[in-house]
Design a protein around this ligand. Sequence first.
Ligand SMILES: NC(=O)C1=CN([C@@H]2O[C@H](COP(=O)(O)OP(=O)(O)OC[C@H]3O[C@@H](n4cnc5c(N)ncnc54)[C@H](OP(=O)(O)O)[C@@H]3O)[C@@H](O)[C@H]2O)C=CC1
Ligand SMILES: [Cu+2]
Length: 458
Amino acid sequence: MDNSQNFIPLCTMENKKSDTICIFGTGDFGRSLGCKLLQCGHSVIYGSRNPQSSSLTPKGAEVFSHSEAAQRASIIILAIHRENYDFLKQYTEVLNGKVLVDVSNNLKINQYPESNAEYLARMVPEAKVVKAFNTISAWALQSGALDASRQVFVCGDEIYAKQSVMDIVRTLGLTPLDQGTLLASNEVENYPLQLFPMWRIPIFICSGFTILIFLYCVLTEVLYPCVTLKEDASYLIAISIPNRVFPIVSLILLALVYLPGIIAAVLQLYRGTKYSRFPDWLDKWMLCRKQLGLVALAYAFLHAIYTLVMPIRYYVRWWSNNYIITQIKTNNTYEFLNHYAWLSDSYVALGILGFFFYVLLGITSLPSVSNAVNWREFRFVQSKLGYLTLVLCTAHTLVYGGDRFIYGTYYKWYLPPAFVVALIIPCIVLSLKLIIIVPCLDKRITKIRQGWERNSKS
Ligand SMILES: NC(=O)C1=CN([C@@H]2O[C@H](COP(=O)(O)OP(=O)(O)OC[C@H]3O[C@@H](n4cnc5c(N)ncnc54)[C@H](OP(=O)(O)O)[C@@H]3O)[C@@H](O)[C@H]2O)C=CC1
Ligand SMILES: [Cu+2]
């Protein structure tokens, strides 16, 4: 305890806690947690298979045999892998009425049919099993790098047992989150094994579109001229092609944020009730809309930055110098076209406004901002502003296309298919939305959503 006294001011508790906490297992996690508990003023003992040879345990903690250690404490933390729980069967008597804290994790999601905590509770039925600490790593406990994972999920059937574990969690400067009964332990155990679950579908969709459109552009703008005209246009791969891919994918993703809501409304209209489940794919799609929108925003950002560097590109400078020199050489002045100026200014203006609302949407989806507005305000921003953004970005793409096709000096045959791909989903979403907000349908959907048409068709 001597050397750890220095650390006590760091912790929330100033006096040494009276209850002794026992840790079974002197492995990595057991040692780190024990060290932290000692630093925070708890008295800690260990239960080990080899009490004599455990030299690595933190100073100030005694090591006993399992049964002796269990007798000396009312709370026992099991820092042992689930596969080794079998030995506990011989101690069921001494573990009667004790609080058993299960910290174990598995290697795979849903590795066993029942959670480790439920398995433990079945093995030692008279003990009060609490699941906790599994989301905190031994390394983080030791190094103090707990910024990312201060939250400790706690669940258990015995309310007092759970409460005492939550008190210990608090004394370590961590935040306990009550997850309910042991039924939740499966979810708590799966939590550290998940890798950005909500981001998987958006990233997958985004990568799919990005790769397809990039390949299409390389094929038509680099490989085709190379084969037919023996022209090397490979420099387009660095900026021109990405700057075609980003806005197209961004617009598609933004439309995909609003499409599930429309499909849901159409389904509700068709079924005449909200009391009927949506298909699984639609549920999943609805749940990842925020992530889809954020990926779309990231692509819009990239498009904005790539567009801003246009004037300093060698290719663009060469092209514009060449244009002027040609006029001088041929003693020719190209006339100022008013409608052309209008068209090019409008698509830039639409792009700027679209981007502004895009960023506003992104900002309002931040938890700290969305917490400051009520549900109706949040819906207003996310839905109304969202559709406005979609309209502006779709118009920006349309006018850009018009500019290229009608007055553009460099009309290319491969552009129309790319524009169709970019515009088809946004146009479908916007036209369906226009149909749905027709007053009679809108009234009907409000009725359905408020549950007034409860039993009409379900
Ligand atoms: N390491 C980490 O970052 C985290 C680990 N956990 C969980 O903590 C638990 C321990 O992990 P960790 O410390 O890394 O693992 P270790 O392998 O380092 O330690 C496990 C300990 O269990 C004891 N043990 C091993 N075999 C048996 C057995 N057959 N019978 C009885 N006791 C046995 C040993 O202690 P002794 O020799 O003293 O008996 C051993 O030191 C695991 O369930 C893990 O999922 C949870 C969150 C994070
Ligand atoms: Cu643009």
